[in-house]
Design a protein. Structure first.
Length: 101
């Protein structure tokens, strides 16, 4: 088997020239995902990201394979993700950049 590790960072722009360890609510940002250099991401636009609201009940803390996982049963947040944004991250297999947060 293979184990893939992904590195994510928050940036000011698509070029990711300035990284941030955290974000302030309402601040625009780009989410950069390093696909481990092993081409762990698809080299197409079929990759997706889903942003959901925090659950006070802990539903979002369940693993992705659980039928009750927040990612499976919760709608995409309209408070974070701007309507019409591209959720594919681009076609590169080395890194994905999700803009317009």
């Amino acid at each position: 088997g293979r184990v893939h590790f992904f590195y994510t960072k928050f940036c000011d722009d698509a070029a990711c020239t300035k990284e941030h360890p955290s974000l302030a609510p309402g601040s625009p940002f780009t989410l950069y995902v390093d696909c481990a250099g092993a081409r762990a991401c698809n080299s197409s636009t079929s990759n997706r990201i889903k942003v959901i609201e925090q659950s006070r009940l802990g539903i979002n803390d369940l693993p992705s394979w659980s039928p009750s996982s927040g990612c499976r049963i919760t709608a995409t947040s309209s408070n974070v993700w701007r309507p019409g944004s591209d959720a594919s991250g681009g076609a590169s297999s080395d890194a994905k950049q999700f803009e317009d947060f």
